[in-house]
Design a protein. Structure first.
Length: 215
C-alpha cells in the first residue's frame, strides 16, 4: 500500500498516485477538510472530473453527503455512488422488526468467511441458458448459491445528458470533458440493472454478471 500526500482534486497529485494506469478509484467524502455537505460534495465532483480527464477508462466509486448531488456525479461518469449513512435507518428498523437481519447483512458484506456476497463472471457456455441451470451448476460444483445478476447495457450518451440548457454544474462538467479532449458522443451511460431471483426460466445474456453467496 502506497500513500501519496496532497490535495486529491489536484491533477499533479493524482498523477503522482499514478491514476493514469489505475483500473478503479474510490473517493471518500472530505469531511475533515470541509465539514459542510456542499463543499465536501463539490470536491468529490471535482476529483471525479480530474480522474476522468487523466484516465477516461477508470471506474470510480464515490461517497456523497447530499443525495441531491448524485445526478452530477453520474454526469461526471461515476459508476457507483454511495450516500453516507444511506442504509443506517433501514438496518436499525430491520433489526428491530426482524432480529438477526443486521448480522446477516454484516456476514454477506464483510468479504470474509464462507457466506459473503461475491461477484462472478458467468461461464461462457451458460450464456443463453437459464437461471435454474446456472444455479444448479453452482450448487453441484460447491461454488455457492446464485441469487441474481447484474446486467450492464449502454443506453444514452453523455452528449444528450449534458444538453445546452442544463445547469451550471452540467456546463462545467461538459467543459472539463472538452478540455480533456474526451468525445462525449462516444462516452455512453451504462445502465446497471440488478436482477435478484429473476425466476428459473430467466435466460442469461452475455452482459450478465452473477452474484453468488458462498465460497
Amino acid at each position: 500500500l502506497k500513500f501519496v500526500r496532497g490535495d486529491f482534486v489536484n491533477e499533479n497529485v493524482l498523477r503522482r498516485a499514478n491514476v493514469v494506469a489505475a483500473g478503479s478509484a474510490i473517493i471518500l467524502a472530505d469531511t475533515a477538510r470541509n465539514p459542510e455537505q456542499g463543499n465536501a460534495d463539490e470536491r468529490t465532483i471535482l476529483c471525479s472530473l480530474a480522474l476522468k480527464s487523466l484516465n477516461e477508462d477508470i471506474r470510480i466509486s464515490a461517497e456523497l453527503l447530499n443525495p441531491n448531488n448524485a445526478q452530477h456525479l453520474k454526469r461526471a461518469g461515476v459508476e457507483n455512488i454511495l450516500v453516507y449513512g444511506e442504509y443506517n435507518g433501514f438496518l436499525l428498523a430491520g433489526s428491530a422488526q426482524h432480529p438477526g437481519m443486521t448480522q446477516v447483512a454484516k456476514e454477506l458484506l464483510s468479504g470474509q468467511g464462507t457466506h459473503s456476497l461475491s461477484r462472478r463472471e458467468v461461464p461462457s457456455h451458460f450464456v443463453g441458458k437459464t437461471f435454474k441451470e446456472l444455479s444448479d451448476y453452482f450448487l453441484q460444483a460447491n461454488k455457492g448459491v446464485l441469487i441474481g445478476f447484474l446486467s450492464q447495457e449502454k443506453k444514452m450518451d453523455l452528449a444528450d445528458m449534458l444538453a445546452d440548457d442544463s445547469s451550471a454544474i452540467d456546463a462545467f462538467i461538459k467543459r472539463k470533458f472538452q478540455e480533456a479532449e474526451i468525445d462525449l458522443s462516444e462516452e455512453q451511460k451504462e445502465e446497471l440493472q440488478i436482477k435478484l431471483n429473476p425466476g428459473g426460466e430467466y435466460v442469461i445474456k452475455d452482459t450478465d454478471v452473477a452474484f453468488v453467496v458462498g465460497v
